[in-house]
Design a binder for this molecule. Sequence first.
Ligand code: SF4
Ligand code: SF4
Length: 388
Amino acid sequence: MKRGHFELERYKEEIYHCFRCGFCRELVLGGAYRICPIREELGFETTYARGRIGVARALLEGRIEYSDSLVERIYTCLGCYNCKAHCPTQVDTPSVVRGQRREIDQEGLRKMKALDEIDSNIEAYGNPYGFGKKMRNQWTEGLSLPRRGELLYFPGCATSYDRPEIARSLVKILKKAGIEVAYLGEEEVCCGIPQIWNGRSCSAKALMEENGRMFEEAGVKTILTSCPDCYNAFHHHYPEILGKQPFKVIHITELLLRLLNEGKLSFQEQIKKRVTYHDPCRLGREAGIFEPPREILRRIPGIELVEMRRNREHAWCCGGGGVVNLVYPKLSIKIAKDRVQEAVETGAETLITCCPLCYRQFYNRAWERGLGLTELIVLAAAGMGIKS
Ligand code: SF4
Ligand code: SF4
């Protein structure tokens, strides 16, 4: 049974704010800046914000319906927020796209095997990869973290299963500063972000409620994240879906910089390297955290930071956002290659990321180009003489 455009109705004002200027395609700012990575690869009007908003408007006005090809197009958006950052009226295209995806899923129009797998893995194991719960906390070996506490570290799925060295480095850095973090252990479940982007809102909400219940039982007042996706889940999507939340959220780069400023931590090791920093879309454009990672890098003795041509709010996406890496892996990799090329052009020896998903996107691409790749927190730990 058709339910109408109940989700798009919520974004009606947003949709009618678009005056079709085209700044979300290209911006001339001391040189031409392309805005939408998907439009650059696929080239159609409906692959960038102006066209996507035009489609949303046509759906709302009943001029078109979701077709298979339109559904596929809607799932090409990375949710990188580059369009919103450059839009004179701040049209929030990624939110509109998420609304469309919720409608598509609820109408049973989503036919994407990769996303069906995510759904069943989350349902069965509480993570999108389908790994067992017991593997989730393997990174804590020898660290003995309490289950309860006011400051809780939430590493999330990508870090726990794919980049455990980030979590280990973070905990060891904080121990050095005399800070003990609580951790939910193998009970932790996905923050809900994959389900938010793939349109399965009931599953996202269930995960949020489960985590929320555990936070309450653990007496949590502040959630510390290292993954930018988790940060935005707690900062933005939990309040949006569940209402006002009883906890604050902080990203490790903010906390680490504060501890450095307070003299509770310092760097002792010389790391002679020319590096460039990739702003993860979720940490930069979505959360507004641009400077703390750079400030941390500048303080590591021997580190020379050089910027890519597109940096901060202009940064090019790694190609992995909005579940595009799962549904369209080839397209996603092409975008990652573009970004790695830009890093190579700086003459840096190492590309620094601060996101486990960006790291995964860049991994083979950086290696092919002879470019080093390091996570910021792991580098910071090395600068303090800590091994992950
Ligand atoms: S989304 Fe914003 S930048 Fe793009 S055409 Fe509409 S008003 Fe212009
Ligand atoms: S969020 Fe990124 S991929 Fe999606 S329309 Fe905007 S610029 Fe393009």
